[in-house]
Write a protein that binds this ligand. Structure first.
Ligand SMILES: *Cc1c(COP(=O)(O)O)cnc(C)c1O
Length: 275
């Protein structure tokens, strides 16, 4: 945003010292994903908000991976919370949309003029579809989280994956924070199986889980971030963020946990060396 006169400082979201160093009297706004995509680091909303508010900066949280169902972002100190409604809110891969939540003053003075002058308006049909989907959002997300939690445990139990990342697993570095901040680990998990070859072997062996780049959908979806969603990141940034060639992002849907586990275990047996 430099051409609009905005200076941006990037910080490691987990490093509260780095946040404290980066935030100064000129800071107008901080922005972060409450759970990062795709490596699922959980950022301490209350701690970052405390630092930002001490200099009067606005706190904007991309809360997609936390989902509206498990969000406590506003009570924890966020001023603006945004969701890609394309994800859990639609939940069925039908439309694109987004939500910006904030005080009436922020919406009226900042968001509304921007939307008016730039034309970012949702079509009535999409709006109707998203609003209908809110009727089942709570049920869908809770069921997806329950299955994701079960599958994360079963994947970790195998013992032959390089990494199993899920904020609802006690082995996750921010497990305790996740319990306070959300009370559950979300609908997305990530695994690292060591190489791009293995990742592709595994994806191609799946029969229930679809290869796609969406998430939060009622269909379970697998994504290979290095060659798709995060392809354009330079290699040094991929390294920094832990986006390795063997990393796979799994968005857990509404299929039976038993079927999904069978699909995952079978495909992993194809891709990994025999134990
Ligand atoms: C998908 C996604 C976005 C972008 O949303 P679109 O609906 O694709 O524009 C932003 N943040 C996160 C965390 C997402 O998963």
């Amino acid at each position: 945003m430099a051409r609009f006169g905005v200076q941006v400082t990037l910080v490691d979201g987990l490093d509260l010292k780095a946040w404290a160093q980066a935030i100064n009297a000129d800071t107008k706004l901080v922005f972060f994903e409450s759970i990062s995509n795709p490596t699922l680091e959980v950022i301490d909303i209350a701690a970052v908000a405390g630092l930002a508010h001490s200099v009067g900066a606005l706190v904007v949280v991309d809360n997609v991976f936390s989902t509206p169902v498990y969000s406590k972002a506003i009570p924890l100190g966020a001023d603006v919370v945004i969701y890609s409604a394309t994800k859990h809110i639609d939940g069925q891969g039908r439309g694109l949309g987004g939500v910006i939540l904030g005080s009436k003053e922020i919406i009226r003075s900042i968001v509304e003029p921007f939307m008016k002058h730039t034309g970012g308006a949702m079509s009535p049909f999409n709006a109707w579809m998203m609003v209908k989907s809110l009727e089942t959002l709570d049920l869908r997300v809770r069921a997806q989280v329950a299955t994701a939690t079960e599958l994360a445990g079963l994947l970790e139990y195998r013992g032959d994956l390089e990494r199993v990342i899920y904020p609802g697993l006690p082995s996750h570095p921010q497990f305790a924070l996740t319990q306070v901040q959300m009370g559950a680990g979300g609908t997305v998990l990530a695994i690292d199986i060591g190489s791009k070859e293995r990742a592709f072997l595994m994806m191609n062996a799946l029969e229930v889980i679809l290869i796609s780049n969406n998430l939060g959908d009622s269909k379970s979806i697998i994504t290979h971030p290095t060659t798709t969603t995060h392809q354009r990141l330079p290699q040094d940034q991929k390294n920094l963020l832990g986006i390795t060639p063997g990393l796979l992002r799994l968005s857990i849907g509404l299929e039976s946990a038993k079927d999904l586990n069978f699909d995952l275990q079978t495909a992993l047996d194809v891709a990994l060396p025999q134990k």
